[in-house]
Design a protein around this ligand. Structure first.
Ligand SMILES: [Zn+2]
Ligand SMILES: [Zn+2]
Length: 561
């Protein structure tokens, strides 16, 4: 992402009585959330998540927040607070800990347990953990933290209030205001009101659903739909949902128990997360309900329920393999029911429909968001945000967690309720709170940091451009050997084309033109191989563009003999 504010320069020094906010990700995209707060020379970081790549970022595994502007002062980080266990909030933590292993980690029991299993996968040793719960207060350097329960699509999510001598910040994390959540743990508006009464100087609020009018429906609205699916199904039921959506899994477990079916997890992250959730008591497994997938396969189809990953069409997921009938345990049959109980994240549509079509081809009945109410969002809609602004009555608002359109919609809601100062900032834009007023003061570098295999930050935008050209147009390589004494072509050109259906016979046509151009270039004094390679590139580029209407990647190699 290029910088949206070319007019901004590096921020000035922060006054001692000021608080600085630096977003390293999540302000301008839904993903890679990470914000640093700076006060009296110390830093506090809230969240450290990943963003998943889109089609135009081929080969990229993950995208990290860009914390390069604080890389040389990670020793001043007092703590990393993790608001909840979603990947877009914890997923980049192992990469940050690789740079400083002993950053104290602060979060709820479930959040830190999910993070712990991730750290072990990255072979990082257990670091300093502070398990906190709603109501707790704990200080790190000049930051006095208080945690507030919020309701979201994963249990044990927390908002955090940060008290400093520059003022009080309230960061909602991801939240909604479901009044009838499955676990009875609602967003603590009484705490929001108490903090508002005390005075919230800067309120950072989740923008994801700010464009959606009204209120996000309760999770309980899905229960009768799931029940209906169980009543209608005469064979196996496969439910795909996010491996972190413990409450959705709980609903399915309860339905399975009521309909005398047994359940198995499929997919690595589902098995892992449900093990953690069950051990910690966040998932309540009814007696004799959960069995191993292999055991489940021995039961009659009408007693089987599988809960699987892959609700976003991820090609390597259990559900995608089931749809291709190459899963080692689960064999989809005509009459099976597949329930996709999750949202459809924009950008994943094609992949999801590919999986749905794959399942339908084998005769499965597929229930999804498009034909039944099988999912509700985890984020507050406009109505809930309005309530929050009226309850908290903050002096300044900084919308977070969203694309620019979401943040602007959120800003408009804050203004409607009379918030005196609303600041819309994107990744890298630095906001200072000084004397009770928040304003943009500058920017720091904040690009996309790509993870590809074991490389972190090495893949550049220009590499991705090359990959897109290779993917769409293929390449042509040209090898020519030049005689360094005579300056004539000694051998070649040898031309190979891949991925663009240009046949070998056609390539013969252009060879004389290449030789002629090289002769001319040498006669005009070009001697170094780089210049001669550029000559070859120009000739073949022009030829392939005019005769084949293509722009493949061209790799000219000129060797002197
Ligand atoms: Zn979340
Ligand atoms: Zn999030």
């Amino acid at each position: 992402m290029s910088h949206p504010h070319p007019e901004l320069s590096a921020p000035p020094a922060l006054p001692d009585h000021g608080l600085r906010v630096i977003p390293f990700g999540g302000l301008g995209e839904v993903g890679r959330n990470m914000t640093a707060f700076e006060h009296q020379g110390r830093l506090l970081i809230v969240d450290c998540g990943v963003l998943f790549p889109e089609d135009h970022q081929p080969g990229v595994d993950l995208i990290l927040p860009d914390w390069s502007s604080i890389r040389d002062r990670l020793d001043t980080v007092e703590a990393l607070v993790l608001t909840h266990g979603h990947e877009d909030h914890i997923g980049a933590t192992p990469y940050l800990l690789r740079e400083r292993e002993d950053i104290p980690l602060v979060g709820s029991e479930l959040t830190l347990a999910l993070l712990g299993s991730k750290l072990r996968e990255h072979r990082l040793r257990e670091t300093v953990h502070h398990v906190v719960r709603e109501g707790d207060r704990i200080s790190f350097g000049p930051f006095d933290l208080e945690f507030v329960a919020v309701n979201h699509s994963i249990p044990d999510a927390l908002a955090v209030a940060i008290r400093t001598s520059a003022g009080t910040v309230l960061h909602t994390g991801d939240f909604k205001m479901d009044q009838l959540p499955l676990d009875g743990r609602i967003t603590d508006l009484r705490a929001f009101a108490r903090l508002g009464e005390e005075g919230v100087d800067l309120f950072l609020t989740d923008s994801t659903n700010a464009e959606t009018p009204g209120f996000t429906p309760t999770e309980k609205a899905i229960t009768p739909v799931i029940d209906q699916v169980f009543r209608d199904s005469e064979q196996r039921i496969i439910v795909a949902c996010f491996a972190s959506h413990i409450h959705r899994v709980q609903q399915v477990l309860d339905a399975a128990y009521a309909h005398e079916r047994q359940v198995a997890w499929v997919g690595r992250s589902m098995v892992r997360n449900m093990g953690i959730a069950r051990d910690l008591g966040y998932l309540k497994v009814p007696p004799n309900t959960v069995v191993e997938a292999k055991q489940l396969a021995q039961l009659p189809a009408e007693h089987q329920v599988l809960i699987s990953t892959g609700s976003q069409g991820e090609p390597m997921s259990a559900l995608a393999r089931i749809a291709q009938r190459n899963h080692n345990i689960v064999h989809i049959e005509e009459g099976d029911t597949v329930l996709l109980a999750s949202s459809l994240i924009p950008g994943n549509e094609n992949a999801v429909y590919r999986v749905i079509n794959g399942l339908a081809r084998w005769g499965a009945n597929v229930v999804h968001k498009g034909n039944a109410m099988v999912h509700v969002s985890g984020h507050a809609s406009a109505g809930e945000l309005l309530y929050c602004y009226n309850i908290v009555q903050p002096r300044n608002v900084l919308p977070v967690h969203g694309e620019i359109r979401h943040m602007q919609a959120n800003a408009a809601l804050a203004r409607m309720t009379g918030v005196p100062n609303v600041v819309v900032a994107e990744d890298g834009v630095v906001v200072d709170l000084v004397d009770g007023v928040a304003q943009v003061v500058g920017k720091v570098d904040c690009g996309y940091v790509y993870v590809d295999g074991s490389s972190v930050g090495d893949v550049t935008e220009s590499d991705l451009k090359d990959r897109r050209i290779l993917g769409e147009e293929g390449f042509i390589s040209v090898i020519v050997v030049m005689d360094s004494v005579t300056g004539k072509v000694a051998s070649g050109p040898e031309i190979h084309a891949r991925g663009n259906a240009i046949d070998a016979a056609s390539l013969e046509e252009v060879k004389p033109a290449i030789i002629e151009a090289l002769d001319l270039a040498v006669a005009e004094g070009s001697t170094d191989t780089y210049q001669l390679q550029q000559t070859v590139r120009r000739v073949i580029g022009r030829w392939v563009s005019s005769t084949h209407r293509r722009r493949p990647m061209i790799i000219p190699v000129v060797i002197e003999s």
